[in-house]
Design a binder for this molecule. Structure first.
Ligand code: SF4
Length: 349
């Protein structure tokens, strides 16, 4: 199986900007960006990133707001915070040399998969990197379920037997490529598969039964209400999310989650009072947008507002700013906020 897989990998030569060399910094950034994110989405971000932050040293000395702006739209912003923290550790605690083994594992944001991917691709260490793609392909090849920790450990041992000593990183990348291009979640193209002779599920006609489906939990849906609070100069208020919270360091429209018995308006008035110490008048509705996060979904409702009374004081945010619509580009916002900005644009223009 190893020979066929690597031959297919070499012949198909999926060009990706992080595959031009084995520089661990470049591999690390690519692996973090690729977490939960598709290759085609990552490529333009990665290319711009490497122009702006070509080395760990430059990254460590860069401003977090600029880094978040470069990350804007890629989602899972904790990754950007972890990259920044890690670059400082590498540069200032480890003398600028990229860590391996235990030191690599200790960096924030490095889980088992990312550790194995970096160690195998950048340092030729024989460690299988097991992500969702690899689990799916393997479950079909071996006709087994790989979901518990002990099942994944046994998969790692199994894959090690097939890993070549000289090209462990290519082996890992070949399985990932196979999962992305051929052994897809739905309708795998077994007739094009380089290892179909080794696939137990294909032999036993059980491909549609693997991977074994886990019972899915229902995703909660939250209603979040935000205000577009204008002053007389037609500037509106934005607030900066606390660093230690989800989407930390990004800017947003002030507001928050609606409690069960609240109306949108009472919720918004309460949230703004708690967050900014002001009383507002809630005016017309701007619109509603939907957005999905990994463990929940939101319906984001936007309203035009005006300050009625009170002295503005930030109480549950890191900062605030009055901006105009064409200043939006100068700040980093979550995707959901950009969606509501589009609604506001439609109403105002
Ligand atoms: S033969 Fe089909 S099911 Fe088996 S690994 Fe290849 S693509 Fe996946």
């Amino acid at each position: 199986m190893t020979k066929e897989l690597l031959l297919w990998y070499d012949n198909n030569n999926f060009l990706m900007p992080w595959r031009i060399n084995k520089n661990p910094y470049r591999i690390w950034i690519s692996e973090i960006m690729l977490q939960q994110t598709q290759v085609k989405t990552v490529i333009p971000y990665y290319e711009k990133w490497m122009v702006k932050y070509p080395t760990v040293e430059i990254l460590a000395d860069s401003n977090l707001d600029d880094i978040l702006k470069s990350w804007e739209g890629l989602g899972y912003y904790k990754r950007a915070h972890n990259i920044k923290k890690s670059s400082e550790i590498i540069q200032y605690n480890l003398g600028g040399s990229f860590p391996k083994h235990g030191e690599l594992k200790k960096l924030p944001g490095i889980g088992d998969y990312t550790y194995s991917a970096i160690m195998s691709i950048a340092f030729d260490e024989k460690v299988p990197a097991i992500d969702g793609n690899v689990k799916r392909v393997s479950s079909r090849i071996f006709e087994k379920k790989f979901s518990t920790l002990s099942e994944i450990k046994s998969l790692s041992n199994e894959l090690k037997k097939y890993m070549p000593n000289n090209r462990p990183g290519c082996f890992n990348q070949a399985i990932m490529d196979l999962g992305r291009e051929i052994c897809k979640p739905q309708n795998p193209e077994c007739c094009k598969c380089p290892i179909h002779n080794n696939c137990k599920a294909l032999t036993n006609e059980s491909v549609d039964q693997y991977p074994v489906k886990e019972e899915r939990k229902k995703t909660p849906i939250l209603d979040v209400v935000v205000g577009f609070i204008f002053n007389d100069d037609m500037d509106f208020l934005i607030t900066k999310r606390p660093q230690n919270k989800m989407l930390g360091g990004l800017w947003e429209l002030p507001g928050g989650k609606k409690e069960q018995k609240e109306t949108f308006k009472t919720c918004l008035k309460r949230e703004i009072k708690e967050e900014l110490n002001i009383n507002i008048e809630v005016q017309k509705k701007i619109g509603t947008v939907k957005h999905s996060y990994s463990h929940f979904k939101i319906r984001l409702h936007g309203f035009m507002c005006k300050i009625k009374s009170g002295k503005l004081k930030i109480q549950a945010a890191d900062d605030y700013s009055w901006i105009k619509l064409n200043d939006i580009e100068n700040f980093s916002f979550p995707k959901a906020t950009h969606k509501i900005f589009e609604k506001i644009n439609d109403k105002i223009i």
